[in-house]
Design a protein around this ligand. Structure first.
Ligand code: URA
Length: 277
């Protein structure tokens, strides 16, 4: 194909899909840009050297404090507050809000990181490959989505599935706190480092903090909630050797919930067969 030949539509579409997958958001710019009019040759080094240096985005050592939104009185109110919240840039590139899944009366709440492409399209957390592994992990200890609440630290997909920035986490954290305060879970399972960073803080890696219980203070709740971290299912898909440790974390969660009476009779019946096997 010659460079001046028109690009076949199916090739153009495949290329656009790849760009979107890698996080290109230029197509969403306010004013259209004709990239064919850009100079083809690189600018001379002297011109580049005269340009003022672009400041790097500030990196906060700790999560920046953002103003707390008015406390929602219900989950519907919280969803409406998020739908109306325009300060987080992720919202502008995401297809839709990915609010939550699972039971509104769950005693166990799972906190993931951020929606991926499939969650963004479905409007539901953990529906892609990581979500399917999460379902199998829950089933392995007799749980399913009817017995837990599943949310993410940020409810909009970061472009290209990058990690949410510290500022984005800080903007969304008050809503996550409110979600936890409305559900009032007795146990939190933090899936991966982003959830640990948001709710426990500190700089320790997930390998160090996973598997043990930590109290997490949540604004609006009188008592801290017991939280345990484990590996994120997406990490386990890449590093299957870590599944053994994640399995011990799940057993710890189940045993703790059984001993503390966190699971009610119906839930206990589901986990019973596992306990006896
Ligand atoms: N990974 C997450 O952390 N959350 C999702 O919803 C999907 C993948």
């Amino acid at each position: 194909m010659h460079p001046t030949d028109p690009i076949p539509p199916d090739l153009a579409l495949a290329w656009l899909a790849l760009q979107a997958e890698w996080g290109a958001v230029d197509g969403l710019a306010d004013t259209p840009q004709d990239h064919t009019k850009r100079p083809l040759r690189a600018e001379p080094a002297a011109v580049i050297a005269r340009r003022p240096a672009t400041p790097a985005p500030p990196r906060a050592a700790t999560l920046p404090i953002t103003a707390a939104p008015a406390a929602a009185q219900s989950l519907a109110g919280l969803r409406a507050a998020l739908e109306a919240f325009d300060d987080c840039a992720l919202k502008r590139t995401a297809t839709q809000l990915v609010f939550a899944d699972g039971s509104e009366t769950a005693r166990i709440m799972l906190i993931g990181e951020a929606p991926g492409g499939e969650e963004d399209r479905a409007g539901r957390p953990f529906v892609g490959p990581a979500g399917q592994l999460l379902d199998r992990m829950l089933a392995s200890i007799g749980l399913d989505r009817t017995l837990v609440r599943i949310v993410n630290v940020v409810p909009w997909r970061p472009p290209g599935n990058r990690n949410p920035s510290e500022a984005e986490i800080a903007q969304c954290l008050p809503f996550l706190h409110q979600h936890i305060a409305l559900i009032r879970p007795q146990r939190l399972l933090l899936l991966g480092a982003v959830a640990v960073r948001a709710l426990i803080g500190g700089k320790e890696g997930i390998s160090r903090v996973r598997g043990s219980w930590k109290p997490v203070a949540i604004p609006g709740l009188d008592q801290p909630v017991r939280a345990m971290a484990t590996y994120h299912p997406a990490f386990l898909l890449r590093q299957p050797a870590a599944k053994r440790l994640a399995w011990t974390d799940l057993l710890t969660l189940r045993q703790d919930c059984v001993e503390a009476g966190v699971l009610d009779d119906a839930a206990l019946q589901k986990t019973q067969s596992i306990t006896e096997s």
